[in-house]
Design a protein around this ligand. Structure first.
Ligand SMILES: NC(=O)c1ccc[n+]([C@@H]2O[C@H](COP(=O)([O-])OP(=O)(O)OC[C@H]3O[C@@H](n4cnc5c(N)ncnc54)[C@H](O)[C@@H]3O)[C@@H](O)[C@H]2O)c1
Ligand SMILES: [Zn+2]
Length: 353
């Protein structure tokens, strides 16, 4: 299938291509690398993706190395970054290499961070393979790693040379990972595309259309505000709660599922502050339910509030929350009383019915 190409405006007025289609890892990506002069390529992937797509990609690609890290958020860490730097040095990788990030959002963030920092930066290609990474994480140039004290606390903005979204890879994605991706697609609808929320709540349309619409929301917000000084922060809807949930659960709760719970928490808080109607909040619960996403946690409220304190989206010592004034109408608030936060978590942990 021929690839569809969209241009994304990156830093310094330089744009890069987002290719979408099926089978791109076998044709469009190798052709792109050949046109780029067949540079030395380091494919960074994990032990799950390597046998599915990594080995094949490396075998087709001249001058390539395959670096395999363990699978899991726990490895989006300083330790893995150090291991990768050492491996790059051991093969004599210079500034002309191209790092190909092949995997879900963890690999995209991790390999992207290595590309942003190794020898002060080498070229990067994003090849997302999970729904979450295709619909969200691979776009926008944010890369980074977690610290023991919290998610994504170290990172950089690193535009790739190109993004290759080979949607054929979704055929091997486990069901639970689909649901994780749907959480971010729902989020995109909630912050920027009310019609998408309607499609999702009724299960209308196809996955490909849902992805395209979420990608469109993300590109628009990222192009308007690459370094998240303003409206890009809207994409963090559900994430202040979500990151706290991930962290307090010891990363047992996956990012996408934590975001789903966080979306409901943001809806509850928005209602409590008189920003959102009960009906709109009910619609959000309905769309999450429709896609079998979790609505509640049994995590300790105090621990969650503590974890939110380390979330980096704090402004001047105050917690910042993306809330909703309606479906498709995000707003940023920093003045949330602790009592409202406690009430929200109490309601969140009560049976949603
Ligand atoms: N940089 C950003 O803008 C941004 C945005 C959203 C999320 N993120 C980050 O992304 C991460 C979550 O990403 P994720 O949900 O993709 O998690 P993930 O990378 O852990 O992937 C989920 C699981 O699916 C497996 N997998 C991926 N593709 C597969 C395929 N095609 N077939 C079979 N298995 C496959 C992975 O090995 C993993 O086990 C978090 O660390 C989050 O912070 C970053
Ligand atoms: Zn996210």
């Amino acid at each position: 299938m021929a690839a569809t190409r969209r241009l994304i405006q990156g830093a310094h007025g330089i744009s890069y291509s987002l290719y979408t289609g099926e089978g791109l890892l076998a044709d469009t990506l190798p052709a792109f690398l050949e046109e780029s002069g067949n540079p030395n390529v380091v494919i960074i992937t994990n032990e799950t993706i390597a046998p599915l797509y990594g080995t094949a990609l490396a075998s087709r690609q001249p001058n390539s190395h395959l670096f395999i890290v363990p699978d899991g958020e726990a490895y989006k860490s300083q330790k893995t970054v150090t291991d990768l730097y050492n491996q790059l040095l051991s093969i004599g990788a210079d500034r002309d290499i191209v790092i190909v990030a092949l995997g879900g959002g963890v690999i995209g963030d991790l390999a992207g961070f290595v590309a942003a920092t190794y020898l002060r930066g080498v070229r990067l290609i994003q090849c997302p393979t999970s729904l979450l990474a295709i619909a969200d994480a691979s776009i926008g140039g944010k890369v980074g790693i977690d610290l023991p004290l919290g998610k994504n606390l170290v990172g950089a903005f690193k535009d790739p040379m190109a993004i290759f979204q080979d949607r054929a890879t979704l055929k091997t994605l486990p069901d639970i990972e689909f649901r994780c991706g749907l959480a971010e697609i729902i989020k995109a609808g909630l912050v920027g595309d009310p019609d998408l929320v309607q499609l999702l709540v009724h299960g209308d349309g196809e996955l490909g259309e849902w992805i395209d619409r979420a990608v469109t929301v993300k590109i628009a917000m990222v192009e308007a505000d690459r370094e998240e000084k303003g409206q890009r922060a809207f994409l963090n809807l559900g994430h202040t709660f979500g990151h706290a949930i991930e962290q307090v659960s010891g990363y047992q709760i996956k990012h996408g599922l934590a975001v789903a719970i966080g979306l409901r928490a943001a809806a509850i808080l928005s209602v409590q502050l008189g920003l959102l109607s009960e009906d709109e909040a009910a619609l959000i619960t309905a769309v999450l339910k429709r896609h079998n996403l979790p609505l509640t946690t049994n995590l300790d409220s105090q621990a969650l509030i503590g974890a939110m304190g380390t979330d980096k989206k704090k402004a001047g010592g105050q917690l910042r929350f993306v809330l909703l004034e309606g479906i498709g109408k995000p707003t940023l608030r920093a003045d949330i009383p602790l009592s409202k936060l406690k009430d929200t978590l109490e309601e969140l942990n009560a049976d949603p019915g």
